[in-house]
Structure formats: C-alpha cells, structure tokens
Design a protein. Structure first.
Length: 198
C-alpha cells in the first residue's frame, strides 16, 4: 500500500495527510448509481406500501357508521343500522374504477353463496347517481348499493382510507366492530379468509 503525500494530490486539493485521491472509474460510478437507484426503489416501495395500507380509524368511526343512511339507485334509502347483528362486507367502489368493476361479480358471487350463512354485502358507490344507475342496468348486483357520493370518501377516510383510493373494503363482525380493511382489489383468498368470521 502506498502512502499519499501532498505532492501526489491534485493542485486544487488542500494539502492534508488525511485526504485520499478521488478514484473515478466507470465501474465505481455504476455501483454508486445502482446504490442510489436501489435506495430510491426501496423508498418508493415503502411509500407505496404506506399509501396502500389502511391507517388508524378516527375515534368513533365505527359508531358513526351505524347511524348513516344512503339513497339507493332504484329509490328509497339503505340504513346501515339495518345490517347490524350479522357480518357485513362494506365495499367502496365507483363505475370509473377498473379494479372495482372487476371485483363486483366476485363480491356478488360471495354474497349469493354466503347470504344463507348470515353474510351481508353493501356496495357504497362513490360516483354520480346517473352513472351508477346506468352501470347497474348493464351489470345488476344482488346485494344492495348505496349512493355515497363524496360523503362516501369522507366515510372511507374516517375508516382509515386516508388517500381515498378505490376499491376499499371493510369487513365488520356481527357485533359491529371492524375486523378487516383492504385497500385495493379483493382477491378470492381474502374472501376465503373472511368467510368464517362472525
């Protein structure tokens, strides 16, 4: 190992025995860029994970939920208190949201299969009433739908969906407590996990 002396340093570098000469090689630059890119990817993945995780619910959100009512697309009102006492899958969706539209037939099949076992499903449409009516004319659902509009976004935020992303699903037990929350599209595995809950 050679010792660096002040005379070995570039002219612009201060003469100090602790300063090492800068070695600039393409390999070293690539490693540095790869390290920075890797750190950015990990940071981005962490931010994405945080963004798509349900956060803490607002105090009293569960109790407030059970007092809410929403208009139905076909007329009349759907009251959340009418769902109390049995497990409820509450799905926030919109007609303009492709993953929402994709999961609706699966949620409908879940409802059809598990309604006799006490399961209930309620879709809350965060959308224009006319768009929801037109959509349901093409794809009828067996479970009830409420027209939540922008108020549904506020409700979702109170339940931990801080970004307002869709779809957002909340599973409530028969006692009225939130058991699970899911940001993003529901999978068949999610439904298998939730089905035994009461």
């Amino acid at each position: 190992m050679t010792k660096t002396t002040p005379s070995d340093l570039p002219e612009s570098a201060p003469a100090s025995p602790n300063v090492l000469p800068q070695v600039s090689s393409p390999t070293r630059r690539r490693l540095l860029y790869a390290g920075v890119a890797g750190a950015a990817a990990v940071g981005g993945a962490g931010l994405a994970w945080w963004k798509f995780q349900p956060h803490a619910m607002e105090a009293g959100a569960e109790q407030a939920l059970w007092g809410m009512e929403f208009e139905k697309p076909e007329g009349g009102v759907v009251a959340l208190k009418s769902f109390s006492g049995k497990p409820l899958l509450l799905n926030f969706w919109a007609t303009w949201c492709p993953p929402c539209v994709e999961e609706l037939p699966m949620l409908n099949a879940f409802y059809r299969e598990h309604a006799a076992k006490g399961w209930q499903v309620l879709g809350l449409a965060i959308d224009q009433p006319s768009a929801v009516r037109k959509f349901l004319a093409r794809l009828p659902l067996e479970f009830p739908v409420g027209l939540a509009g922008l108020g549904g976004t506020d409700l979702g935020r109170s339940l931990g969906n801080l970004t307002g992303g869709l779809p957002f699903t909340v599973v409530l037990g028969g006692a009225g407590r939130v058991l699970h929350r899911k940001m993003g599209q529901v999978t068949p595995q999610d439904l298998q996990l939730w089905a035994p809950l009461r």
